[in-house]
Ligand binder design. Structure first.
Ligand code: HEC
Length: 102
């Protein structure tokens, strides 16, 4: 049992190194972002289409983990429910388009 757990951890760590959202589908993430109007508050804050929030100087999200945490805060505040898969998809989308974590 212990060996299996260790192996699972090893594999999980390996895929995190390979790409921050290995199970994410960026296309599906883009759809989720639009369907949930994720930028509705960001527009009020930043103007334009709101996406400047991801690239503003001193932006909050500095790692894939922080991105997921921020998604929890945002979706909780807005009453949006995201599955773990949704978070992977949104992460893949935002990472590919804005953050570019390796
Ligand atoms: C209820 C309003 C609201 C909604 C809806 C919302 N957000 Fe946010 N979002 C915020 C606020 C406010 C901040 C800035 C937080 C801060 O500066 O501490 C933010 C910041 C972020 C950031 C971090 C930007 C940075 O500084 O790097 C990400 C990523 C993000 N939101 C993703 C999402 C996603 C994905 C959704 C849709 C599921 C979403 N947000 C929907 C209010 C919202």
């Amino acid at each position: 049992m212990k060996r299996i757990a260790a192996l699972t951890l090893f594999l999980a760590a390996g895929s995190v190194l390979a790409a921050p959202f290995p199970a994410g589908d960026a296309q599906a993430g883009k759809k989720l972002f639009e369907q949930n109007k994720c930028n509705r508050c960001h527009v009020d804050m930043m103007g334009g289409d709101g996406s400047a929030i991801f690239t503003r100087p001193n932006h909050k999200v500095t790692s894939p983990e922080k991105m997921v945490q921020q998604m929890h805060t945002c979706s909780g505040g807005a009453g949006i429910s995201l599955s773990a898969q949704d978070e992977q998809n949104l992460g893949a989308y935002l990472n590919q388009r804005y953050y570019k974590f390796k």
